[in-house]
Design a protein. Structure first.
Lengths: 230, 442
């Protein structure tokens, strides 16, 4: 169990719409080992984003157990979930979701600041990671002054700078052209290898699937295929 | 906390137009509240000043039942103004000056128009009265102030000395003043109403018919020295003023007086001094403030304050409504951002504080700007004064608006409080969103 960053046992998620029960996920069992680079794929409505949200503690399962880094996510209160997200999980969103009033460096520093890291230390770490994602010299630009690819790089830097156990990336390449998307994925592979961070993606993008070492196919809320790729 | 503050303050500048409109609403609210209070303070200050410095003094000592009996039985409520009472006044800290007054009823006959009217006669020594009511001489709109009994004695002495030094020359047309004074040429002041009614002129001769304590008729021949206009609403029309010494001698009153007007130290208040004075003089006399004496003005000022408080409440509600609207729109627009912040580790309290700080910053900026404007405007108007016609008056009065630093601080605190209260519900709503739902909003 401790060799796995994420463990899901019999996880189901049912949404209620008026009197209708919509089964978004049904009886999911999944183990994601440390430093895995896994991809959740499947058509729209297959449940990949729901699964990502449950792993990230953004939503609660209707039943089943979810553990992240040995901690039972499904049993945590709101405040403890916030702490889990702060300390152990990084998020990369399709629309980047940077804080528009903060510049690139401040966005990257944001999580470390919340963690209570000293200003000098977080400043150094932020500059180092921005250099690593190729944004040296752009650290004082606000999101509105950066391209989509650059914004997503800032988002990746923000997600991994505090060295979380797990990074969850929801359609990270959806708004990027293929060249920028390839560069981003190469960077994520590098981060996975250099920083030993576990990555889980949800995507429709063939490119992301090609980069992933593990491909988990979902359909109608169930895992239909779980492949290891070389 | 600093990161929260930084993000909040930058967010204020994100939608500049909306923040500006909200800040302007706060600005107007604070401006109206503080400005109105300043003007009201000026108005009430002028009324207070007029009452205390022209008419009543800060405090008065009366015999019990004075207000009920003075018009009908003025002799019944007289008391002795002896050395013991004066010593008590001297021993009371904060008492600066006092003026003994007489008030009796009489008939006033204007010789030229052959008109006789009943009048209330108020008598004082003009030197003592001016010490208590320093604005009284400025209220004389025609003619001049009464010559004080004390001054007159000195003048008579001077004139007599002069007459002795320069033997009377029947060839000269002018006579020594002492002869004028001793030949019954006493002085009175009349109200504008009487003056107009008589179609009188300064210097006209009048006869005052009085009834002394023993029901004996007395008469005083006098001349109209001036017209006194307090310039206050509800002022009596049939009122005349004369020298207290003259009246006391005419009515054989000795050291008896009707009322004692008292002025107090600038730093003291009449309400605070009242119990002190009462304790000094004992139970035989009643200490009353100028507001006790003029109940209608106390009511009017209370009404003004009630109206002012209503304005404060209305402005408060307008400001709250504006901020609620802004905050709700902001929360709606930034739902996904709230979700992101939650995903990054923000707790509910962080989200709550974020929106409260943003709202407080808008409230504070509008409030501070308004206070600067009000403080500058009121400081200017306080210096130059404002021409203002008081209710019941025809002549303009100069008002000097003012507001205390404490009041301005309270208004600023109110602006801040209203901003925080108004933003609380939207902020609470934002802080209680589910992260997954917030993130799914476009």
């Amino acid at each position: 169990m401790t060799d796995h960053t994420v463990v899901l046992r019999n996880v189901s998620k049912i949404y209620r719409q008026n009197s209708l029960a919509v089964h978004a996920l049904t009886d999911i069992n999944l183990d994601i080992p440390k430093q895995d680079f896994a991809c959740l794929s499947g058509p729209s409505g297959s449940g990949k984003s729901t699964l990502l949200n449950l792993i990230g503690g953004l939503d609660k399962p209707s039943s089943g157990e979810i553990s992240v880094d040995g901690q039972r996510v499904d049993q945590l209160g709101k405040s403890e979930l916030a702490q889990l997200r702060l300390r152990k999980i990084g998020f990369v969103f399709q629309a980047y979701n940077l804080i528009p009033v903060l510049n690139a460096r401040e966005n990257v520093e944001f999580v470390m600041q919340l963690q209570g890291m000293a200003a000098d230390e977080r400043g150094d770490k932020a500059m180092q990671i921005l250099k690593e994602v190729g944004l040296e010299g752009l650290e004082n630009r606000r999101p509105g002054e950066l391209s989509g690819g650059q914004q997503q790089r800032v988002a990746v830097a923000r997600a991994i700078v505090s060295e979380p156990s797990l990074v969850l990336a929801d359609e990270p390449t959806a708004n990027l052209d293929s060249k920028t998307a390839t560069a981003l994925m190469e960077m994520l592979v590098h981060m996975n290898q250099e920083h030993h961070v576990t990555f889980i993606f949800s995507t429709h993008d063939k490119l992301v699937m090609d980069f992933s070492r593990r491909l988990i196919q979902l359909r109608d809320g169930k895992i239909v295929e779980d492949l290891r790729q070389s | 906390m600093w990161d929260l503050l930084r993000v909040a303050l930058r967010n204020v500048g994100r939608n500049k137009r909306r923040s500006l409109i909200t800040a302007i609403t706060v600005f107007i609210g604070v401006l109206v509240i503080a400005g109105t209070r300043g003007l009201l303070n000026g108005l009430q200050g002028e009324i207070r000043s007029a009452l205390t410095q022209k008419m009543h003094g800060d405090l008065q000592l009366h015999k019990a039942g004075y207000q009920d009996s003075i018009d009908a039985s003025p002799y019944k409520v007289m008391f002795r103004f002896d050395d013991a009472l004066q010593q008590k006044l001297r021993d009371t800290p904060g008492v600066v000056a006092w003026s003994p007054r007489l008030r009796v009823l009489g008939l006033l006959n204007h010789q030229k128009s052959q008109t006789t009217v009943p009048v209330m006669i108020q008598a004082f020594d003009s030197v003592a009265e001016t010490a208590v009511c320093p604005r009284l001489p400025a209220s004389i709109v025609q003619g001049g102030m009464l010559v004080s009994g004390t001054e007159r004695m000195e003048q008579v002495q001077r004139d007599d000395d002069l007459a002795e030094a320069q033997p009377f020359d029947p060839g000269k047309k002018t006579r020594p003043k002492s002869l004028l004074n001793t030949s019954g040429q006493h002085q009175i002041l009349v109200t504008p109403g009487l003056f107009r009614g008589f179609e009188a002129a300064i210097g006209d001769e009048v006869v005052l018919l009085l009834q002394d304590k023993n029901n004996m008729q007395q008469a005083v021949v006098a001349q109209i020295a001036g017209v006194l206009d307090y310039g206050l609403p509800n002022a009596q029309n049939r009122l005349i003023w004369m020298d207290a010494g003259t009246l006391a001698r005419t009515l054989s009153l000795g050291d008896e007086i009707s009322e004692l007007a008292i002025s107090i130290d600038k730093n003291a208040t009449a309400e605070d001094m009242k119990p002190l004075l009462q304790a000094r003089v004992g139970n035989t006399l009643v200490a009353e403030t100028y507001l006790d004496i003029t109940g209608f003005l106390r009511d009017a000022m209370t009404l003004q304050n009630v109206i002012f408080n209503a304005i404060v409440v209305i402005m408060f509600l307008i400001v709250v409504a504006a901020i609620v609207n802004t905050s709700l729109m902001t929360v709606m627009e930034r739902t996904r951002e709230i979700g992101t912040l939650m995903a990054l580790g923000y707790q509910r309290k962080h989200i709550l504080f974020l929106f409260l700080i943003e709202s407080a910053a808008i409230g504070l900026s509008g409030g501070v700007a308004a206070l600067i404007a009000v403080a500058a405007g009121i400081a200017y108007l306080g210096q130059t004064g404002m021409q203002f016609v008081l209710p019941g008056q025809t002549d303009a009065t100069v008002l000097h608006p003012y507001v205390s630093v404490l009041f301005l601080s309270m208004v600023l605190a109110l602006a801040l409080l209203s901003a925080v209260i108004a933003a609380f519900l939207p902020a609470y709503k934002a802080s209680h969103m589910r992260p997954v739902e917030a993130l799914s909003k476009s």
